[in-house]
Design a protein around this ligand. Structure first.
Ligand SMILES: [Zn+2]
Length: 285
């Protein structure tokens, strides 16, 4: 029987001294981009305070890195309006910015997007939209899309259904007043949500969007590190996660836009908003 993988793989980097390999056989520099499982970035749980981590069955059991799986049940993406990425057969990539608006980073992000002629989606917190209404209006006036990121960023599995509905609907009202529409797209804080909450959102004509490329920009990473993460992990259909939050350490994230946007465009990527990527309306009603 034909064996697709030969029993012994000859791998030039193991056991063969480099000086015996023809210089033509190897690229001059061997490097590996930091590939991460987009459905469960390796540092994901470190970003969630232990006190707000979800109870079983949502608690992620510690496993070897290599055996970690997706933290969301796969059938959800077929039952509900729920997605981590867009179509793989379109050259589209979506930029998303969470936790804003703010007065420092959001305006800089908007300047960069304008400079590169790119539209994005901003998942705003109700409390920040209340604080900085002019920035929300600028986001909309410049052709970007606004999504709902709850009122004050709770871990949704720790609150009651009533509190969850209030978080979403109160924020919707604030955003409706500022933008003129009720945003269709929701992103749950920390990406954590329960099935009945996804179900309710679907029934209410919302769409829940997670992400497939986590820049980990909130760690205060440099523009170069963020650029490497983006360029090493972005594929057709990718949804990138960045932040534009008050009090964050996000200058690297802002500056990275000047590096990776032109690079991806030169590779043929088109930056689109989430309604465009999913061929749907920006508003739920
Ligand atoms: Zn957030």
């Amino acid at each position: 029987m034909y064996s697709f993988y030969p029993p012994k793989v000859v791998f030039p980097f193991q056991g063969t001294p480099y000086n015996r390999i023809s210089p033509c056989a190897l690229p001059s520099k061997v490097s590996y981009s930091s590939i991460q499982n987009p459905f469960y970035p390796l540092d994901y749980m470190k970003s969630v305070p232990a006190s707000s981590q979800a109870p079983f069955p949502f608690q992620i059991q510690p496993k070897e890195e290599a055996t970690r799986g997706s933290w969301t049940p796969f059938p959800w993406v077929e039952k509900y309006a729920y997605a981590f990425a867009g179509p793989y057969n379109k050259a589209e990539v979506a930029l998303t910015f969470d936790d804003g608006p703010d007065l420092l980073y959001t305006p800089q992000v908007l300047d960069k997007l304008k400079k590169h002629g790119v539209k994005a989606t901003f998942f705003l917190l109700g409390e920040n939209a209340e604080r900085y209404p002019e920035v929300v209006k600028r986001i909309v006036n410049e052709g970007h899309i606004v999504g709902n990121h709850t009122y004050n960023h709770p871990n949704l599995v720790k609150i009651s259904d009533e509190q969850y509905h209030e978080q979403i609907l109160k924020t919707e009202k604030i955003l409706q007043n500022l933008t003129g529409y009720s945003p269709k797209f929701i992103r749950p804080p920390y990406g954590i949500i329960k099935e009945n909450q996804v179900k309710w959102a679907s029934e209410q004509n919302f769409m829940i969007i997670q992400w497939s490329v986590d820049t980990l920009d909130w760690k205060g990473l440099s523009a170069q590190v963020i650029t490497n993460t983006v360029l090493g992990n972005t594929f057709p259909g990718s949804i990138l996660l960045q932040h534009a939050a008050p009090g964050g350490k996000l200058q690297g994230s802002v500056d990275a836009l000047d590096k990776f946007i032109p690079d991806l465009i030169s590779q043929g990527a088109r930056f689109v908003t989430l309604p465009k990527m999913f061929n749907t309306s920006k508003q739920r009603k």
